[in-house]
Ligand binder design. Structure first.
Ligand code: FES
Length: 205
């Protein structure tokens, strides 16, 4: 014989017959109260986020600082062309001639009235490179037509036609230990400033 259902109780009725009364269904277990763990977890999450952010910033700053130190210790070295150019011995230059061997180095060497001078090949208008026209005895700029004296016309480099506002510039000159003429492009002399009389702007031969 099976055990009676504990949820069902038998009660005697007025007639004496047993009436089956259903017991109320068992209440569902009360939902367990949520532990206050979520708030704590949120706080931990924010704390870790901020710590992570702080570490990232610190690491970034350290990297930038290290890079700066390395750059300070090993600066970029610019390979600029040397400013001093040996152009030959003084007796190699002919009176009244323009030596164009160093035009690609921005130098014309000219011997004029017993002096050697070194002209810049940069037009004083907008910086183009003039050509030396031997037959016409002048330097002529192909860009806007400025003309400058060659040694057959007068003091080499003086502007006389076109928009160039002033003469070609001259480089400093000296004589090296081996006796060669040395052009020093770190110093220049401008006629309009009266600098062509400076003894460093020419060599007497
Ligand atoms: S750049 Fe030489 S004339 Fe203009």
């Amino acid at each position: 014989m099976s055990d009676p259902n504990p949820n069902i109780a038998e009660a005697p009725s007025a007639s004496g017959a047993a009436v089956v009364a259903k017991a109320p269904p068992p209440r569902p277990a009360a939902t367990a109260a949520k532990p206050p763990a979520k708030k704590g977890a949120d706080r931990r999450f924010f704390l870790f986020t901020w710590i992570g952010l702080a570490w990232t910033l610190l690491a970034g700053s350290s990297a930038v600082l290290s890079l700066g130190t390395v750059r300070f210790l090993f600066p970029n070295v610019l390979s600029e062309p040397p400013s001093k150019v040996k152009v030959g011995f003084p007796d190699q230059f002919d009176e009244g001639k323009v030596d164009e061997r160093f035009k690609d180095k921005n130098i014309w060497v000219v011997k004029y009235q017993g002096r050697i001078v070194a002209l810049s090949t940069t037009c004083t208008h907008l910086g183009c490179t003039p050509n030396y026209l031997e037959k016409e005895g002048k330097f002529k700029c192909p860009c806007h037509g400025s003309g400058f004296y060659g040694p057959a016309m007068g003091d080499p480099g003086i502007n006389f036609e076109g928009p160039a506002p002033r003469p070609l510039e001259r480089w400093a000159l000296g004589v090296g230990d081996d006796g060669q003429v040395v052009v020093d492009k770190s110093r220049k002399f401008q006629q309009e400033r009266g600098e062509w009389t400076n003894v460093d702007s020419y060599i007497k031969v």
